[in-house]
Design a binder for this molecule. Structure first.
Ligand SMILES: Cc1cc2nc3c(=O)[nH]c(=O)nc-3n(C[C@H](O)[C@H](O)[C@H](O)COP(=O)(O)OP(=O)(O)OC[C@H]3O[C@@H](n4cnc5c(N)ncnc54)[C@H](O)[C@@H]3O)c2cc1C
Length: 416
């Protein structure tokens, strides 16, 4: 059913008895043209765009738990396209453009809110780095504004500007960045895909990948064997484990990333702020809670909960940035398993096995990528080749050296 002002009014008048489930809880069929393994945001978006853009509807999304139970429903909901390197910038800007029309496109309220993302800088060197990033963004047609301290003070007077160690000197602002309601994004894509004939199969864990003569033929699952011509792996933090079922060893490590939500308070922060002298980012949800997070846990883990040293580190960064939150009570905290690639950028590509495709390596930034990730992966699966937009996200770049080292943390710090 289509959601509109008219349908809302009609249901209000008849006691909301006419709403239908947003998608079918399908049972798996024995065979599909395409199987998408992983019912997170990216897997559901892939199925949606396979059906919508390529007319491929004999598709099933296989999810081991319920859709959105992974990182899709665990992130801090920040969306932005403020990247430096060409391979990343064109992709994340495509994603931002898809976000801007997404709710109309899939007829679902995903609460996309372009409230602005502000990256603070604390030194001259950091200002120069942000100026360079802002210039790169503008050269790609992306909005970016370098603000001085007075302009930031005007926006957020309550930050600690005179902090002796980390004085705030200004910030790089992307006004088109912001937030979206994370699980509504998964639900919207699920509903849009289901409407076009895709089967969303929940509680169906893939336990094996069948390969014959160098080509995939199907998967083994907890609900039986399913044959398929093509299979897309979109398993985020579980990518290495699932790819290993096909004999692939990925350049990915899994780490936990935690998120925190405070008790609800009156409107304080109307955008997204990131601290430039530590790892801390914060926004305020429409319900009033401050939503914030920091760095990944320092060791590999598949547990969806984090460790205390990072909790302390995040709180310290938060206090250094805005001491006013010192007496705030924490309401909830959780963790998600991140698929950390070795250069910090994702992989959307074919694999050495015919018919097997890989979407992984999202690190802690894959929520903002959800629409473009699905759009590009659907193209790659449907056409057997990458679109220009994801052409840099190759699996073999770790062997060839064509890394996309956005953070300058990998083997090519000279690029920064
Ligand atoms: C705390 C936290 C904060 C974050 N904050 C942000 C942010 O502010 N902005 C941003 O852009 N990104 C953020 N991220 C990252 C972002 O959430 C992820 O990169 C993105 O959600 C990953 O893609 P996905 O939604 O498809 O993953 P997931 O939702 O994890 O989907 C993968 C799915 O695969 C399923 N699966 C795994 N193994 C199998 C199997 N064998 N069979 C079937 N199904 C399987 C899992 O159950 C899961 O549902 C954050 C992540 C976390 C954890």
């Amino acid at each position: 059913m289509t959601y509109s002002l008219f349908s809302l009014a009609r249901e209000a008048l008849r006691g909301h008895t006419g709403w239908k489930p947003a998608w079918r809880d399908a049972a798996p069929k024995p065979e599909y043209d395409v199987l998408v393994v992983g019912g997170g945001g990216h897997g559901l978006a892939t199925a949606y765009y396979l059906a919508k853009e390529h007319g491929i509807t004999n598709v099933a999304v296989l999810e081991k738990s319920y859709i959105g139970s992974g990182n899709a429903g665990r992130n801090t909901t920040i969306i932005r396209s403020n990247y430096l390197l060409p391979g990343n910038e064109r992709f994340y800007e495509k994603s931002m453009q898809l976000w801007e029309g997404l709710e109309q496109d899939f007829n679902y309220n995903a609460m996309v809110s372009q409230r602005g993302v502000l990256n603070l800088y604390h030194s001259d060197a950091q200002r120069d780095q942000y100026a360079r990033r802002g210039n790169a963004m503008r050269l790609h047609g992306v909005d970016a504004e370098l603000l001085d301290e007075a302009a930031v003070r005007d926006m957020y007077p309550f930050l600690d500007y005179a902090n002796a160690r980390f004085p705030i000197r200004g910030g790089l602002l992307q006004r088109r960045g912001g937030t979206a309601r994370h699980d509504a994004v998964a639900w919207g894509f699920a509903r849009g895909a289901d409407t076009r004939g895709v089967d969303i199969v929940q509680n169906c864990e893939v336990t094996g990948i069948d390969v014959a003569n160098g080509r995939v033929t199907g998967v083994q699952t907890t609900r039986g064997a399913i044959r398929a011509k093509k299979i897309g792996l979109v398993c985020a933090g579980s990518s290495s484990r699932v790819a290993a079922m096909a004999g692939l060893r990925l350049p990915i490590e899994s780490h936990v990333l935690q998120a925190f939500v405070s008790e609800g308070i009156k409107p304080l922060i109307d955008g997204v702020i990131t601290f430039g002298a530590g790892h801390f980012y914060v926004s305020q949800s429409d319900k009033g809670g401050l939503v914030f997070g920091g760095d990944i846990d320092g060791y590999n883990s598949y547990a969806q909960r984090g460790s205390l040293p990072v909790v302390e580190d995040v709180m310290e960064s938060g206090m250094a940035l805005m001491p006013a939150i010192g007496r705030l009570r924490l309401l909830r905290q959780w963790g998600g398993v991140m698929d950390m690639s070795m250069d910090g950028s994702p992989i959307i590509d074919r694999t050495p096995i015919d018919g097997l495709f890989l979407n992984a390596g999202w690190c802690y930034g894959g929520f903002k990528a959800t629409p473009a990730s699905g759009w590009c992966f659907a193209h790659t699966i449907a056409r057997d080749e990458a679109h220009f937009i994801n052409s840099a996200f190759r699996l073999d770049r770790f062997a060839t050296g064509a890394l996309i080292d956005e953070r300058g943390a990998g083997a090519t710090p000279n690029l920064h």
